[in-house]
Design a protein around this ligand. Structure first.
Ligand SMILES: C[S@@+](CC[C@H](N)C(=O)[O-])C[C@H]1O[C@@H](n2cnc3c(N)ncnc32)[C@H](O)[C@@H]1O
Length: 177
C-alpha cells in the first residue's frame, strides 16, 4: 500500500492516458454548455485541453503541474489549492459539474472531498484496481467502489479501461446526492 504524498512528489509528473480523458469527456456530454466544469486534481491539463472552448476550472496542489496545465490549455482557469484543506471547498460551491480522475485514491480522507461537492452535481470520477506508491487504496471491483461512496453518490454508467500489465481503471458517471 502506498502513502499520501505532498505536492513535491508530483513535480516531474506528466500523466497521460488518453482513453481516460475521452471517457470522462463522453460522460460530460449532457452538461449544458453554459455550465462550468470543475476538475479536482487536474494534473497537467489533458482533460482541459480536450474540453477546449468552454468554461472550465482545474484545481491542483502542485505548482509545477499547474504550470504545465496553463501552457497546455491556455484559455482555461487553473487554481492552486490543497483539496485536503476544507478551506479549498469554498472555491467550487457555486458549480454543478465535477471531474475527479486518478485523485481520490491519493487522498486518505477522500470522502471529505466527495462530501464537499454541492448536492445535485454531476460527478465523473475514476479509481484504480492496482497498487502504486501514491495510492492509499485501490478497489477489487466496481461493487467495492459503490460501497465506499454510496452515502454521497448515485451511480450511473461505468466503463472499465485496461492499461498495460492488466491494470484497470473504473470510470464512473454519478450524481451527488
Ligand atoms: C495521478 S494524478 C492525476 C492527474 C489528472 N487528474 C489526470 O488524470 O491526468 C493526481 C493529481 O492529483 C494531484 N493531487 C494529489 N493530492 C492533491 C491534493 N491534496 N490537493 C490537490 N491536488 C492533489 C496531484 O498533484 C496530481 O496532479
Amino acid at each position: 500500500m502506498g502513502e499520501e504524498k505532498e505536492a513535491s512528489f508530483y513535480t516531474g509528473f506528466n500523466y497521460l492516458f488518453a482513453p481516460l480523458y475521452e471517457t470522462a469527456f463522453k460522460y460530460l456530454r449532457d452538461v449544458p454548455f453554459n455550465e462550468t466544469i470543475v476538475e479536482l486534481g487536474c494534473g497537467c491539463g489533458y482533460l482541459a485541453e480536450l474540453i477546449g472552448n468552454r468554461a472550465y476550472i482545474g484545481i491542483d496542489f502542485s505548482r509545477a503541474v499547474l504550470e504545465k496545465a496553463r501552457k497546455r490549455a491556455k484559455g482555461s482557469m487553473f487554481i492552486f489549492a490543497d483539496l485536503r484543506d476544507s478551506k479549498s471547498f469554498g472555491i467550487y460551491q457555486n458549480f454543478h459539474a465535477f471531474v475527479l480522475l486518478e485523485i481520490l485514491e491519493h487522498i486518505t480522507a477522500d470522502w471529505k472531498i466527495i462530501a464537499s461537492i454541492p448536492s445535485g452535481s454531476k460527478v465523473v470520477f475514476s479509481v484504480p484496481d492496482f497498487n502504486s506508491k501514491a495510492h492509499v487504496r485501490w478497489f477489487k471491483n466496481q461493487e467495492e467502489v459503490k460501497e465506499r461512496y454510496r452515502e454521497w453518490l448515485v451511480f450511473g454508467d461505468m466503463t472499465i479501461l485496461t492499461k498495460p500489465e492488466n491494470k484497470n481503471l473504473f470510470v464512473f458517471e454519478a450524481r451527488r446526492l
